[in-house]
Design a protein around this ligand. Structure first.
Ligand SMILES: [Zn+2]
Length: 420
């Protein structure tokens, strides 16, 4: 991740003892020469059966077949979405995993997406295995059954298929970071802080349309080239402008790192001892997906850099899974620990304001259309309170409700309300 400010930033970093030892961001432009594993090391599965031990990368047809099979094998809890197509016509797919669908309630929406940089394929393999774990555990593991029943989980294992299968559908050997137009998809999202005139790549346009059609509250974007959890913002240093939920992010990252290190204490150490860092303190970039999601969608998105080697030998994939399995599952559950206000918007005027939030009881909602209807629901979608706006405002009293997180629907917007 990087932009023009690099040389200035490098000077600043060099002058700052706290950050001077940080290694440069690996997904910088121009790309650093990555160690290229031999053909044998990047062993491919050319049938679904050959994926059984999860120690190979799938060919493109095997990947598509796996996604389709999961949807047909688990129709009650799993369906296949096509986010869009790449420039070369490959599918950008997501599996939607959600249990107990006959009960039409509002469940919080979670999103994992990986390999927006086509050569950073460890996350691609991890996402496939995560899908398999969620589906095969349903009805067997009480914890994962509850997670699937209570959460709308969307998983896009491969955001940049043309980059990954650059040399053809049969191999990830020779994968590249960019899409088929040699555009870095993680530098070309709308940038709230430094708008550019860059054209929106086809893959990102599809991803944005998909995001607009959902209400993702928590997400992560998986990369490789380093091992670190990178929380927002990427556009600033934390001293310049901290993310409003920095404390929450640090706690979530600490839990993620600790969970991985319970398996392998040497993991996630090549950037920061803590295993996590504010993105801009490592490397400032613009046009990244993480800040786009945080700013425009009020979606708390984390960048997870999960392997120092971008395309590790396939035989190492089971070891990465052992390190990451619990942490990746726990991270989905963090959707139930979201802070009271995830909004990073600053006065763009279209979201009703709530105060106080958190509240012990009464809450005033302002900036409403005359006669607007408000409803307050719990996390299962049950309506608990309702009101109508007069003079642009309304009040609700949560005094009789248990402590916890509620969702306020007003003026076509949904906001979290925390009852203390
Ligand atoms: Zn990357």
């Amino acid at each position: 991740m990087m932009k023009k400010t690099l040389s200035l930033l490098a000077l600043l970093l060099a002058a700052t003892t706290a950050t001077a030892q940080l290694k440069p961001r690996p997904d910088a432009f121009p790309p650093q020469a990555a160690a290229t594993p031999g053909r044998k090391a990047v062993q491919m599965a050319s049938t679904v059966a050959e994926m059984a031990a999860w120690d190979r990368y799938p060919t493109y047809p095997v990947y598509v077949e796996m996604m389709q099979r999961w949807a047909s094998d688990y129709p009650d809890i799993c369906s296949l979405d096509t986010i869009g197509t790449s420039i070369q016509g490959r599918l950008i797919l997501a599996l939607h995993i959600e249990g107990n669908r006959q009960q039409e309630i509002l469940r919080p929406e979670f999103f994992y997406t990986s390999t927006i940089h086509g050569d950073e394929v460890t996350g691609y393999a991890m996402m496939l295995r995560l899908i398999d774990t969620l589906l095969t555990s349903y009805g067997h593991s009480p914890r994962l059954t509850a997670l699937v029943d209570g959460t709308a989980i969307y998983i896009n294992p491969l955001a940049n298929p043309d980059g990954t299968y650059r040399m053809g559908n049969h191999t990830v050997q020779g994968a590249m970071r960019y899409n088929a137009d040699y555009v870095d998809l993680n530098r070309t999202f709308p940038d709230p802080f430094s708008p550019t005139a860059k054209a929106l790549p086809q893959e990102n346009a599809a991803m944005i349309a998909y995001t607009n059609a959902h209400r993702f509250r928590l997400s992560a974007n998986l990369h490789g080239g380093s091992e670190v959890a990178n929380y927002p913002w990427d556009s600033f240093t934390s001293a310049d402008r901290p993310h409003p939920e920095s404390d929450w992010w640090k706690a979530v990252c600490r839990r993620f790192v600790d969970t991985c290190r319970a398996v392998d204490n040497g993991y996630l150490r090549d950037v920061a001892d803590e295993g996590y860092i504010a993105g801009g303190d490592w490397y400032v970039i613009g046009g990244g997906r993480q800040d786009y999601m945080n700013y425009y969608h009020d979606c708390l998105e984390l960048t997870l850099e999960i392997s120092s080697e971008k395309t590790p030998p396939a035989a190492q994939l089971p070891a990465f899974w052992r390190r990451l399995r619990s942490a990746l599952l726990n991270y989905i559950e963090e959707i139930y620990s979201l802070p009271g206000s995830a909004s990073a918007r600053t006065a763009d005027g279209d979201t009703p304001t709530l105060s106080p939030n958190p509240t012990h009881g009464p809450i005033a909602v302002e900036g409403l259309a005359e006669g607007a209807r408000l409803t307050l629901c719990d996390m299962t979608g049950r309506t608990l309170l309702a009101a109508t706006a007069h003079g642009g405002r309304a009040t609700l009293d949560l005094g009789a409700l248990p402590h916890g997180i509620y969702l306020l629907h007003a003026d076509g917007k949904t906001q979290k309300v925390v009852k203390r």
